[in-house]
Write a protein that binds this ligand. Structure first.
Ligand code: ASP
Length: 447
């Protein structure tokens, strides 16, 4: 799977991040000044907003436009590149098991924290009303979706689309009556699974989808180049309406994400390492510190892959076959930190926009975040287009993503760290489980 993302254009130098931060700081400061000037009968603010808004929207559109081809091709290729799970045998199955368990627990931690702390409620009701009025059509859509929330059984049946094309259209324009993007994701996964049983016959389709994936990533890469200006404009529009309230909410949001990531890394990984990997967590973290440092500083699981492989073989003394397979697949397929982040972002923005999500919808968010974690490229900001997907599917205005872009650099570094540590945890556990499985028949024969 690593070759899927190897030449991804979204790899950016840290210089790009500095520009984004500058763009956002300018946007926030200008927005706060505009907010303070409101009511002073100035013609300037509406004019500035009317210029900034379309620029910000163009930036978002470039990403939104590519979301559908990206999601379909990324998930299809994720499965096909792993190959025939049966051929991979135990390593494949055991990897899948740990990946699923760790991703689900990460999202659950994030979602629980965001529900308890409610960072999005830090904004006043007045501001929320203004905001909801501004995005009324989209927010109403979300409220309507919440009102018509389906029972869990129907949500499960709707995971499989009756009409995939209709779900694709519905996922993008919000008109889906089924599960929208979630159903598209399952459709892609199933097509991928089917293709692994007919690899020769589907080779042309696979290479076509690889081309589609590359095109999507290239256009998204262009969009990200516009991020300093685009995100600056979007954040200006939001802060000019919300004022300093949004900064308070944002601080609480950052605390929830960092707290959730820390909890997952320190508690869940340690327990799993001890119980399944048969290792001392402290020693484990010490041995992989090189990979942790590279992950944190590059914000890219893919860029960290070579260091992770080295650490896995030299420090953790894992078998080559397990390390090679689990870490290569994990660099894009196992992103616990990203999954946690995606869940928290969606619920936080739902709180900001006053969109109440029922349990069934939160379940959709959990599933989508886990799958979005699988589909996210291991590059800086790789999760942003997929967050737009999840936001749309539950009716939260996608423009709201501007609110979190300002703090994304720090969070990207932190979630990438958790992603990479997660890959190494899975590799250690798989190595230990596979070792046990291998030793069983030998013991039996020996006796
Ligand atoms: N930067 C992350 C990674 O490479 C992906 C993301 O969450 O944006 O693991």
């Amino acid at each position: 799977m690593s070759d899927v993302i190897s030449n991804s254009p979204t790899k950016k130098s840290s210089g790009g991040h500095v520009q984004i931060v500058i763009g956002l700081v300018v946007g926030i400061v200008a927005g706060l000044i505009a907010n303070a000037m409101q009511g002073k009968d100035s013609q300037f603010i509406p004019l500035a907003v009317s210029i900034a808004e379309p620029i910000g929207k163009l930036f978002l559109r470039l990403m939104q436009m590519m979301v559908l081809p990206l999601v379909f091709s990324a998930l299809y290729l994720a499965v096909v590149d792993v190959g025939d799970l049966r051929k991979l045998g135990k390593i494949g199955i055991v990897t899948l098991f740990y990946t699923a368990i760790l991703s689900i627990s990460a999202v659950l931690i994030g979602i629980t924290l965001v529900n308890v702390v409610q960072p999005g409620r830090a904004i006043s009701d007045d501001v929320r009303t203004t905001l909801t009025e501004k995005y009324s059509a989209k927010a109403e859509e979300g409220v309507k979706k919440a009102d018509s929330a389906k029972p869990l059984g129907t949500t499960l049946v709707d995971l499989l689309p009756e009409n995939p094309l209709q779900e694709m259209v519905g996922a993008v324009d919000g008109s889906s009556k089924g599960n929208g993007m979630l159903a598209v994701m399952f459709f892609a996964l199933l097509c991928g699974i089917a293709a692994t049983t007919k690899l020769d016959e589907t080779a042309v389709l696979t290479s076509t989808l690889r081309g589609m994936y590359e095109i999507s990533m290239t256009v998204i890469g262009w969009a990200l180049k516009l991020a300093p200006l685009g995100a600056g404009c979007l954040v200006f529009v939001v802060t000019s309406q919300m004022g300093a309230d949004i900064l308070k909410a944002l601080a609480a949001f950052v605390a929830v994400v960092l707290g959730g990531l820390a909890l997952h890394m320190i508690v869940v990984y340690s327990v799993v390492l001890k119980a399944f990997g048969k290792r001392s967590p402290l020693q484990f973290f010490r041995s992989i510190s090189d990979a942790m440092f590279v992950a944190f500083s590059t914000s890219s699981s893919s860029a960290t892959l070579s260091t992770s492989l080295k650490v896995a073989k030299e420090q953790l003394k894992l078998r080559s076959e397990t390390a090679n397979f689990v870490l290569t697949v994990g660099a894009t397929g196992n992103q616990n930190g990203t999954a946690l982040f995606e869940g928290v972002v969606v619920l936080f923005l739902a709180q900001v926009f006053g969109v109440h999500l029922e349990i069934g919808q939160q379940f959709t968010v959990v599933l989508m975040s886990v799958l979005a974690g699988v589909g996210t490229a291991g590059v800086p900001g790789g999760s942003i287009p997929l967050i737009i997907v999840v936001l749309k599917s539950v009716g939260v205005p996608a423009d709201g993503i501007a609110i979190i872009l300002g703090v994304d650099r720090l969070l990207d570094m932190s979630r990438t760290l958790v992603n990479v540590v997660g890959d190494l945890v899975v590799a250690a556990c798989v190595d230990s489980s596979v070792g046990q499985i291998h030793s069983l028949p030998a013991d039996a024969t020996g006796n």
